[in-house]
Structure formats: structure tokens, C-alpha cells
Design a protein around this ligand. Structure first.
Ligand SMILES: Nc1ncnc2c1ncn2[C@@H]1O[C@H](COP(=O)(O)OP(=O)(O)OP(=O)(O)O)[C@@H](O)[C@H]1O
Ligand SMILES: [Mg+2]
Length: 348
């Protein structure tokens, strides 16, 4: 690890551990495009006589939260008391997601069930020959391309208004599946601490406290490629202007993350920039959903009183754990404590 970051981590380690102790019980509202990730696996039996396709003998079905539901689940596993506002279909996939949430003690009273659209579901079908590795054959997606009806948009906004008062932060996890219409965004923005993770159209959330685009999302928002230190710096500044936010965090995959923060002192306004490298480069197995994990730990960090850098470090530590796991994954306070200790030992 770069020496300067190792030194700063060592200095701040006690504070970071204290912050982790405060995660438990924090009340957070997540408004999200909820997805169910499904994984069906089977052993290849033979070629069908109906068509030239493989016949699999079903072995397992795994259902896990995806998209905005992954942000919800990550927060819950870190000890937060999570309330969700979202939209599910009247189908077995929606029921499966509700059951997973219930088992994690997540408040699902803000979820609206619609009979005019399916629960957003991504079903991967994977097969393997006897004693060989499993590989994906096809993915089937279920989703609606139509925005929810006006009445549902207003109901979602109403649910948000009801729950806002009880929470310390609001996370908008926008995967572009349609729940973030203007009434929903306006309702969310009446909270003072809104963290936005959106794939596109960041200015729609203007004046939220913090945005967490990944690199491609940041590039799309500013309209140019981020290829070196100076284009990265310019993108951070442009994003601050574009969103009118106080803070921008660009997650940069294996490069870690970059923080841009508007500062003001009596004499001038300036932008503070900090870079944090990825904490783990070994056994990186599946980075899907790592951004949701960053948002979860970062949000709880901010609610616990962390500085922007400390909260981002918490997010980066949490991400360093889930990138070692299959599919969208979660981590716990204990695992983050352990990851920090390991990091400190490795650099001492
Ligand atoms: N290849 C990698 N090696 C090490 N760490 C990684 C890697 N990819 C991601 N990370 C960690 O995960 C964090 C978030 O990753 P990334 O920028 O890919 O988010 P994302 O694209 O929003 O993810 P998603 O949308 O799938 O949730 C990074 O800041 C870094 O800490
Ligand atoms: Mg993301």
C-alpha cells in the first residue's frame, strides 16, 4: 500500500473502529429500484429432441437481492435499521424479495406491489457437465420499460414523506428501472442528508449532499473520458458544479476511489481532493455490487459522525471484502474490523 495512506490509516484506526461501533441501530431510508438476482444451476443431461438445446437436470435455485435491493441488504447486514421504499410486482419474485427482507428485519411497509409490472428480475441459467465447472448459458431479464402510473408515483412520494422524519439519512439507489420520477426525487430531497447512487441524470438530484458515481457514470455525466489525473480532477470539479452537491465520491474499481469536497473558509472557497487506493488486490472474484456496499458503509459512517475521508475508508474497507465473494454480497462490522487490522499489520 502507498506509504502515506498506510500512515494515515494507522493514525485514524482508533477513530474508524469507534465509528464502526456506532453503526448498529442507525435508521436509514433506502429508496431503490429493487431487483431480484436469480441463479439456476443444473447438470447437463443430454441434447433435447425438441430442438438443438441442452437439457439440464435442475440442481439449485439461489435468489439474492440485486440493484437497489443490494444496497438495502448491505445496510441491514451492517446493523442498520432499514426502511425501504420501492416497487415490486405481484409475483413469486417479489414475494421472494419480501421474504429475504423480512428475515433481515427490514421495514418493508414502504414497498408498493403493482399488478401492472413485474418484479425486476435477472435470472442466470448455468450448467455443468459431470465433475466440471459451471458456466452461464443464458440470462433472462424481466422488467417494464414504462414508468409507473402517476398514482403509484404519488403513493411512493407519500411513503417517503412518512418515513423521512424517522431516519438519519436517505439513500437513493437508482438503477434506471423507473421508480425515480420527479415526485419521488422531490420527496427524497426534503431530507438534509441524501446520498445518491444513480446510473444517469445526476442533475435531477441537484442539492443532494453526496453523489457516488462509478467511473463510467462520472464520464457520462461530464461528457468526456477520464484518462489521467487532470481529467479526473476536472471531472470532480465539474460534477460538484453540475449537482450543486457538497461532496462527490467517484468509485474507480481496482483504482479505488476519489473524493471531491467543497470547502469554504473565511477567505475563499476551494475544493479538497483526496484519493484512496483499493485496499485489496488479491482473490478479487466478483466485483458486482461493490458500489452498493461502498454506499452502505459510507452512509453509516457519515451518520456516525465520520469525516468524508473516514466514511469513504469505511466504504473502501467493506468493498475490499465483498469483491472476494460471488455475486452481489454483503459484509459485517466484525469483518470490517478484521480487514482493517489485517491491513494495518500488513503495512507495519
Ligand atoms: N477489481 C477490483 N479490485 C479491487 N477492488 C475493487 C475492484 N473493483 C471494485 N473494487 C472496490 O469496490 C469499490 C466500488 O467499485 P466500482 O467502482 O466498480 O463500483 P460500481 O461500478 O458502482 O459497482 P456496482 O454498480 O456493481 O455496485 C471500489 O472503490 C474498490 O474499493
Ligand atoms: Mg454502482
Amino acid at each position: 500500500m502507498i506509504l502515506s495512506i498506510a500512515k494515515k490509516l494507522a493514525e485514524k484506526s482508533e477513530k474508524i473502529l469507534e465509528l464502526l461501533d456506532l453503526f448498529s441501530g442507525k435508521e436509514i431510508l433506502v429508496i431503490g429500484d429493487l431487483t431480484l438476482d436469480e441463479f439456476l444451476t443444473g447438470q447437463v443431461e443430454r441434447i433435447s429432441r425438441e430442438a438443438p438445446v441442452l437439457i439440464l437436470r435442475h440442481e439449485t435455485t439461489k435468489q439474492i437481492p440485486g440493484g437497489g435491493a443490494n444496497a438495502v441488504y448491505n445496510l441491514a447486514k451492517l446493523g442498520a435499521k432499514v426502511k425501504v421504499v420501492g416497487l415490486l410486482g405481484k409475483d413469486s419474485q417479489g414475494e421472494a424479495l419480501l421474504k429475504i427482507f423480512d428475515q433481515a428485519s427490514i421495514d418493508t411497509s414502504g414497498i408498493i406491489i403493482s399488478d401492472s409490472r413485474p418484479t425486476v428480475t435477472k435470472t442466470r441459467i448455468a450448467g455443468h457437465a459431470r465433475q466440471s465447472v459451471t458456466q452461464q448459458i443464458v440470462r433472462v431479464d424481466r422488467k417494464s420499460d414504462i414508468l409507473p402510473e402517476r398514482e403509484i408515483q404519488m403513493q411512493l412520494a407519500q411513503k417517503i414523506q412518512e418515513k423521512l422524519k424517522e431516519v438519519e439519512a436517505v439513500v437513493c439507489s437508482d438503477y434506471g428501472d423507473g421508480i425515480f420520477t420527479q415526485p419521488v426525487i422531490n420527496a427524497a430531497l426534503s431530507h438534509h442528508r441524501v446520498i445518491v447512487d444513480t446510473q444517469k441524470e445526476l442533475p435531477r438530484y441537484a442539492k443532494a449532499a453526496l453523489f457516488t458515481p462509478n467511473l463510467p457514470e462520472a464520464e457520462k455525466a461530464v461528457g468526456y473520458a477520464i484518462t489521467d489525473a487532470s481529467s479526473l480532477q476536472k471531472a470532480g470539479e465539474d460534477l460538484l458544479n453540475l449537482t450543486k452537491a457538497e461532496k462527490i465520491l467517484i468509485t474507480r474499481g481496482e483504482e479505488g476511489m476519489s473524493l471531491f469536497e467543497k470547502m469554504s473558509d473565511p477567505s475563499q472557497n476551494w475544493i479538497k481532493t483526496q484519493h484512496i487506493p483499493a485496499f485489496n488486490h488479491t482473490d478479487v472474484f466478483d466485483v458486482t455490487g461493490a458500489g452498493d456496499t461502498v454506499v452502505a458503509a459510507l452512509t453509516l459512517g457519515l451518520c456516525a459522525g465520520a469525516s468524508f475521508w473516514e466514511a469513504a475508508v469505511l466504504g473502501n474497507l467493506a468493498a475490499s471484502i465483498v469483491v472476494r465473494r460471488f455475486g452481489t454480497a454483503t459484509t459485517t462490522i466484525e469483518e470490517i474490523q478484521e480487514a482493517l487490522q489485517n491491513l494495518l499489520e500488513a503495512s507495519s
